[in-house]
Design a protein around this ligand. Sequence first.
Ligand SMILES: C[S@@+](CC[C@H](N)C(=O)[O-])C[C@H]1O[C@@H](n2cnc3c(N)ncnc32)[C@H](O)[C@@H]1O
Length: 251
Amino acid sequence: MPQPEPYRWIAKYYDHLFEFRRPFDTAHETIILPLLDQVTSACDLCCGTGTTALNFANLGIPTYAVDLSPEMCRQARAKARKTGLPLKVIQADMRNFKLPHPVDLITCEFDALNHVPRTSDLNRVLRSVHRSLNPGGHFVFDVNNLYAFQQIWNRTWVIDKDPVMMIMRSSHKPGTHKATAAVDWFIRHGKVWKRQHELVNEVCWDPQEMRDALTHAGFDKIRTWDAARFFNDALTLPGCRTFWRARRPPG
Ligand SMILES: C[S@@+](CC[C@H](N)C(=O)[O-])C[C@H]1O[C@@H](n2cnc3c(N)ncnc32)[C@H](O)[C@@H]1O
């Protein structure tokens, strides 16, 4: 059976519905800003609609943006065309993407790394990132932790913003490291509403497992920040989400 296109509907209405980039900008100030004077090229992995990649490009940094979803890539390309900024969008899987040239900084934001299902997939991502970085380059990402699945992934979210209404039912099966968001979309075409459905699956890793995986892939200078201090909201409790930064050693 053909697989549904990943992130088809979420991609189309992502910027329209999710206007909460501020915590990531705040996190960048602490985690990425101190590196920026050594960054001559960058890549945002799992770039979504390209917002972070375009922020780098806007600083004059030649940037790649990689995502598996054709619709996310379409959205990112359209935004890049509008701005005329130096952004090259590549449709690829984070487990085996290849860049035309290695870069100094790779980011992977908004729990995108939770989307690969197995530890072996996580290891493949980390190897691909390591290979795509220049020596001395950094990988910055954030992940949902088990505590987030336990605390937040048991709710129903409704966002109603014409012409779309989204109902997202998230669930976590106790005793597992897995969570699912079942998303129903109601999209208005004139007076007619059409319904679409998609599933987003996430898997989380223990912090020690992530640290070991990074070390095994060849990274050093591994640092973490709890996301609560950047989000500063009622949902992102301490322990829910972690920002990670790791370096490909120089030389
Ligand atoms: C939660 S969104 C985050 C998007 C963007 N990083 C942001 O901060 O808004 C997760 C993104 O990961 C992408 N994605 C999921 N699995 C992927 C894979 N195996 N390879 C590349 N991209 C993937 C999705 O298409 C989606 O754009």
